[in-house]
Design a protein around this ligand. Structure first.
Ligand SMILES: NC(=O)c1ccc[n+]([C@@H]2O[C@H](COP(=O)([O-])OP(=O)(O)OC[C@H]3O[C@@H](n4cnc5c(N)ncnc54)[C@H](OP(=O)(O)O)[C@@H]3O)[C@@H](O)[C@H]2O)c1
Length: 323
């Protein structure tokens, strides 16, 4: 066996395999993956830059942050909301961000109440008058709710459905014919983890988000052949005023910043995730921590366990309210 002996020969062969096969393979794979990511980013940037992007609920929270990231990425924005003053403030803020950059476009504002189907139809006409076409619609606006099913007026359930479900559906239907005519389009929906699972004392909100999920899943399938993309984003808690702006069982404002919402993900982070998901034409993104993600899977794979946990949660919350 010469001077190396059997063991030395084995080590030499192993070194040979590592240096000639495994290392080049690993480096090659890393290189190919890196190149793939760069190409993907370029493709994604080209998709978003100069695209006409309509954002509902741009006056605050996630909508406002989406406006900032899409604006910085060079989109032509149409900002929608109910409060003209706040939209104007956002336009001014964006123009400060965009100073010195030659890829930004002055945003347009369209003021309407999403829960009013007639107003949505007029808003769609106004959008086409302003920008001629829509490439990407971000259905972001929404309202949350806190209350017991027993005490909640049906008018409150209806108001939540009008805002979170019928509003986005009406706006999408008004913009779709132009998208199919252009042979391209992208509908984004900010749903919620509560579009996948239902949490006690959130009935109207969870129902509206489940309906939204179902509708846009159907839309994705129906228009796949028309080059219309659908992205549903299902976030968990985000640090916004959603709980403060939520309504209670009698329709009055809840007005409380919930602990979970205050400790949620930052709206800037989630807006970046939305930007990436759109650029990569993702079909669905769950933006949640381990517990909500597990809950989503549990609801499908072990529903009995999920129902028991939710019943315990309801009991605990009821007890805390009584204290
Ligand atoms: N924050 C969270 O923890 C969380 C988690 C999951 C999903 N989401 C979803 O994220 C989206 C954005 O909410 P957010 O967290 O950013 O809350 P937010 O700060 O309360 O923002 C909600 C936005 O929706 C608009 N809006 C509400 N009702 C409207 C109506 N009838 N017509 C037109 N606009 C209306 C509001 O406009 P005004 O300024 O005129 O009220 C505001 O711009 C919602 O769809 C929400 O369900 C939020």
């Amino acid at each position: 066996m010469g001077q190396f002996g059997r063991r030395g020969l084995f080590q030499w062969k192993q070194m040979d395999l590592t240096s000639w096969v495994i290392i080049p393979l690993l480096l090659g794979s890393a290189g190919v993956y890196g190149l793939y990511r760069v190409l993907q980013r370029l493709r994604s940037n080209a998709y978003i830059q100069d695209a006409v992007v309509v954002i509902t609920g741009a006056t605050s929270g996630l909508g406002k942050e989406c406006a900032k990231v899409f604006y910085a990425a060079g989109s032509r924005l149409v900002l929608c909301g109910r409060n003209e003053e706040r939209l104007e403030d956002l336009v001014k803020e964006l123009s400060r961000i965009g100073k010195g950059s030659n890829q930004t476009h002055k945003p347009h504002k369209v003021i309407f109440d999403l829960s009013d189907v007639e107003a949505v139809s007029s808003a769609a006409k106004e959008i086409f008058r302003l920008v001629g076409k829509v490439d990407i619609l971000i259905n972001n606006a929404g309202i949350s709710y806190r209350g017991t099913i027993m005490n909640t007026k049906v008018s409150v359930d209806r108001m939540i459905m009008d805002t979170n479900y019928f509003g986005p559906v009406a706006l999408t239907k008004a913009l779709l014919p132009s998208m199919t005519k252009n042979g391209r389009g992208h509908i984004v929906v900010i749903s919620s983890v509560q579009g996948r699972i239902s949490i006690p004392f959130r009935s109207a909100y969870a129902a509206s988000k489940h309906a939204t999920q179902a509708f846009f899943d159907c839309l994705r399938a129906e228009l796949a052949a028309n080059n219309i993309h659908v992205t549903v984003i299902n976030p968990g808690y985000i640090q916004t005023n959603l709980s403060v702006n939520a309504v209670t069982d009698d329709g009055s404002k809840y007005g409380v910043m919930d602990k979970n919402t205050a400790n949620g993900r930052s709206a800037e982070d989630v807006a970046q995730i939305v930007l990436r998901a759109v650029g990569e034409r993702k079909k669905e993104v769950l933006v949640a921590g381990v517990v909500p993600t597990l809950a989503v899977y549990l609801r499908t794979l072990a529903p009995k366990i999920f129902f028991t946990i939710m019943a315990a949660r309801a009991k605990k919350e009821r007890k805390m309210k009584e204290m």
